[in-house]
Structures are given as structure tokens and as C-alpha cells.
Design a protein around this ligand. Structure first.
Ligand code: S3P
Length: 173
């Protein structure tokens, strides 16, 4: 049965927080893609970007999705750029439900403003730069997702409740 739950969306929309609430509610294994890559490489994301470049990181991301998509019943908190390759999106859609979390650029800035692990926003931690990258990515996110959840002003637990209901409606539970 292809019933993974993939949470996709821009940096700072709350994928990790919602994934952790889902884990409490569903008692399924949780895969934090970024953390998994950091653990396997023994290097922080920013370090991977500096030492090996973004394309190398994207390859790691694709390899990990290929691996995850072969399994079942996992909650997957995806890196913000995981939808940039069509092969990744195809694998996600074929192996589970793909839920897009969104947030206003102001909310994203408030959530990731102090982060040192977002190389793509390094030197660009401001609302305009976040909005620009978000707009550039919007088509990729919208094409990839089957469900769409705005997160501004909502608690991760209530968002997770909604996803649990969607999952039941799909017959994936
Ligand atoms: C990225 C998002 C990050 C991380 C990397 C690249 C992106 O993940 O994978 O810095 O391209 O949007 P989060 O969305 O978990 O911050």
C-alpha cells in the first residue's frame, strides 16, 4: 500500500512541527529528510552546499526520496526544494499523499530568521527575498501537491488533525 505522508513547502512553513504532531497522532515513523542527509553525510546542510555544491545536495535528496518511496507508512518532512525535480514528485505521488503547507513570507521570516542552516537564504533573510523565491517556486509546489494547507495563525496540532482526516478519507489509514 502506498500510504506515505509527504509534507512539502517552502522553508519555515512548519513541515517539521506538523510532522512531529502527525507522528504523535499516528505513531508512524518520521523521516526528516534534511536531518537524514546531515546524519548520513556527517555534515550540516550549509557545509554540504559549500563543499560539494547544490547539485550534489539535490542528488542526495533524490536518492533519499527514491529509497523512501519504496517503503510504506512513513511521515516525511521534505526539504523545501525536494519538489524541484519532477522525478522526485512522481515518486512521492506514486507512494503516498502529498500535502503542501504554505505561509506568508512574514511568517517564514519570523520562523527561520535566525537559522544558519538555510544556505539559500544566506544574506537574503528578508521578506522581499523570501517572497521572490517563494513566487519562483510556487508552480512547482502547486503542481506537486494533492492537498494544500495554509499554516499562518494555526497550531501544528490542528494542521495535523486536518491531515489525519484527509488520510482517512483517502482510505490510507
Ligand atoms: C531548501 C530547504 C531546506 C534544505 C536546504 C534547501 C530549499 O529545507 O533542504 O537548505 O531549497 O528550499 P527546509 O525546507 O526544511 O528548511
Amino acid at each position: 500500500m502506498a500510504n506515505n505522508i509527504y509534507l512539502i513547502g517552502f522553508m519555515g512553513v512548519g513541515k517539521s512541527a506538523v510532522a512531529s504532531e502527525l507522528q504523535k497522532k499516528l505513531s508512524l515513523p518520521l523521516i526528516e529528510m534534511d536531518q537524514e542527509i546531515v546524519d548520513r553525510q556527517g555534515m550540516e546542510i550549509s557545509e554540504i552546499f559549500v563543499q560539494h555544491g547544490e547539485a550534489f545536495f539535490r542528488d542526495l535528496e533524490s536518492d533519499l526520496i527514491r529509497e523512501i518511496a519504496q517503503g510504506d507508512g512513513a511521515i516525511v518532512s521534505c526539504g523545501g526544494g525536494a519538489v524541484l525535480r519532477k522525478e522526485n514528485v512522481d515518486r512521492m505521488q506514486q507512494s503516498g499523499m502529498v500535502v503542501l503547507l504554505t505561509a506568508e513570507p512574514e511568517t517564514v521570516l519570523a520562523r527561520v530568521g535566525n537559522s544558519t542552516h538555510r544556505p539559500l537564504l544566506e544574506g537574503k533573510m528578508n521578506v522581499d527575498a523570501i517572497r521572490a523565491l517563494m513566487e519562483q517556486r510556487r508552480p512547482a509546489y502547486e503542481d506537486a501537491c494533492q492537498y494544500f494547507v495554509p499554516t499562518d495563525g494555526k497550531r501544528p496540532a490542528e494542521i495535523a488533525d486536518g491531515i489525519v482526516i484527509l488520510r482517512e478519507l483517502r482510505g490510507d489509514a
